[in-house]
Design a protein around this ligand. Structure first.
Ligand SMILES: NC(=O)c1ccc[n+]([C@@H]2O[C@H](COP(=O)([O-])OP(=O)(O)OC[C@H]3O[C@@H](n4cnc5c(N)ncnc54)[C@H](O)[C@@H]3O)[C@@H](O)[C@H]2O)c1
Ligand SMILES: O=C(O)C1=N[C@H](C(=O)O)CCC1
Length: 253
């Protein structure tokens, strides 16, 4: 355990023994300005967080439990950094509503804390208006709980918004599917394809096409360490960012 500064941020981790939670506990423990005060897993009492005086809770659990966790933390006046996926626009509205009753309290929810992944989303959004076609392909480890990934869904939403603003219609597509699913899922008019394979962690390609050219943006997380700088950045920022922040793009500049 590293030496703890007297004014260290008191951090609790939810989902502490999961793939991400394990890495997060290590990263928080190694950060000189943070103290890991609680590690909570399924079946543990959430009050371990408040009993330990956690100021910020980091959640990497599962989409089916994250809303209850978040509601509890907000009720307790604990700031939250959430990497768990599954945040639909309806869920985001509910979190905003809970936070509106707690002035000064912050929550940062990000589908991807990888700096490269965040930049890939930014580049995809910037490029989208210049191409008539856009599709997203995500690749993950076979134990991933959901499809499409939170990152792919968010990327497709950003592309869709950029296309709409530029007055672009649907990507051209004259195909009749011989099998359901062959053309992927539809996220606000943008096709998203999900691959699951042993040997992978988290990867994504955004393919943009125009007359006589394609642009492919690709990001690879080859180790879960890739998410830690973003998680720590959000943990340092959340106490001075009241309300809800979606994504860490705004923290990068
Ligand atoms: N935002 C990002 O950068 C990012 C990166 C990787 C994974 N994720 C997301 O994080 C989530 C977790 O991914 P993972 O690969 O670590 O999954 P995982 O299954 O390895 O870990 C989840 C952990 O949460 C625990 N858990 C379940 N319910 C709980 C509860 N009520 N209270 C406390 N703990 C509970 C489980 O026991 C498990 O240990 C997924 O939604 C995944 O998509 C996000
Ligand atoms: O391993 C996962 O699960 C990941 N989930 C996030 C997503 O759904 O986008 C981020 C990448 C890794």
């Amino acid at each position: 355990m590293s030496e703890v500064a007297p004014d260290a941020i008191r951090v609790g981790v939810l989902g502490a023994r999961g793939r991400m939670g394990t890495e997060v506990c290590k990263a928080v423990d190694a950060a000189p300005d943070m103290e890991l005060v609680a590690m909570v897993e399924v079946g543990d009492w959430l009050f371990n967080m408040s009993d330990a005086g956690a100021e910020v809770v980091i959640d990497f659990t599962r989409p089916e439990v994250v809303m209850d966790n978040l509601h509890w933390c907000i009720d307790q006046g604990i700031h939250t950094v959430v990497g768990t996926t599954g945040f639909t626009p309806e869920r985001i509205k509910r979190v905003e509503h809970w936070l509106s009753a707690k002035p000064g309290l912050g929550s940062i929810i990000a589908p991807n804390f990888g700096i490269g992944a965040v930049l890939m989303m930014r580049f995809a959004q910037a490029a989208a208006k210049h191409f008539e076609s856009a599709e997203v392909v995500e690749f993950h480890h076979p134990n991933k709980v959901d499809a499409p990934s939170g990152t792919a869904t968010r990327t497709a939403e950003l592309i869709a918004a950029a296309r709409k603003e530029a007055g672009l219609g649907a990507s051209p597509d004259a195909t009749t599917q011989a099998l359901d699913g062959a053309r992927g899922a539809d996220v606000e008019g943008v096709k998203v394809h999900a691959v699951r394979s042993a040997g992978m962690i988290a990867h994504q390609e955004v393919i943009l096409g125009g007359a006589g050219e394609t642009l492919t943006l690709r990001h690879d997380s080859v180790d879960r360490a890739s998410f830690m700088p973003g998680v720590l950045l959000a943990t340092r920022a959340v106490r001075s960012k009241p309300g809800l922040t979606v994504g860490i793009d705004s923290l990068l500049d």
